[in-house]
Design a protein around this ligand. Sequence first.
Ligand code: ATP
Length: 226
Amino acid sequence: MLDIANLQVWYGQVQALFGVSLTVGAGELVVLQGLNGAGKSTLLQAIMGLSPRAKGTVCYQNENIESWPTHRRALAGLGYVAEDRRLFSGLTVRENLHIAARGDAAAGEAQALALFPALRAMLHRPAAQMSGGEQQMLAIARTLMTRPRLLLLDEPCEGIAPVLVEAIRDALLALKAQGVPMLVAEQNRILADRADRVVTLVAGQVAGADTATDAATVAAGKSAAP
Ligand code: ATP
């Protein structure tokens, strides 16, 4: 479904990913672990075509999408929820959902509310007046309104009250049960125990991967040439 090979990303002269390879198969939940700065967000952004400079192969449904702009990746079914959620804070929950709707908005809303029933009582509340956890639920629900075929979630449970973490975890596991493949960055182990695979990033590389040359570059604190 998603095949990433030897992905490298730079911010200016500074390299952040050093030859990352991973796959997400149909229906799989893959958890991406790693400390702050390991490169989790950078990897998800690169998959969405949001990186300033990237090299390597990103194949989605057997097509190389490297040259595709972000909106084309989204239209092809990649659904991305950024760490900062990017909600329309002045719009209500319902407006945030409907602005993203593809196809039957009422059906999409019903599906989203079935996964996140807590949002039902807040449909007319501006996003700015929600807690961080509620906003996170809305951000995921809004992305579901685009009918994604693969979800990329950046730390959906970070800094959220435990009761809402459980609600989000249960919703993601329900999506997995429905066959929606997911790549989820997380630092804790909320989903890792239920994942098909856990991939750990360390300093921009997959831990245990055979990237000796790049590892030496990292150890030396240098950037490899693009
Ligand atoms: P966190 O959980 O803190 O977001 P992360 O694992 O998602 O960590 P990234 O945010 O992808 O890590 O950061 C990977 C590396 O890239 C870090 O060294 C970071 O400083 C650097 N980096 C990230 N964004 C930028 C940017 N916009 N400009 C320059 N360097 C950046």
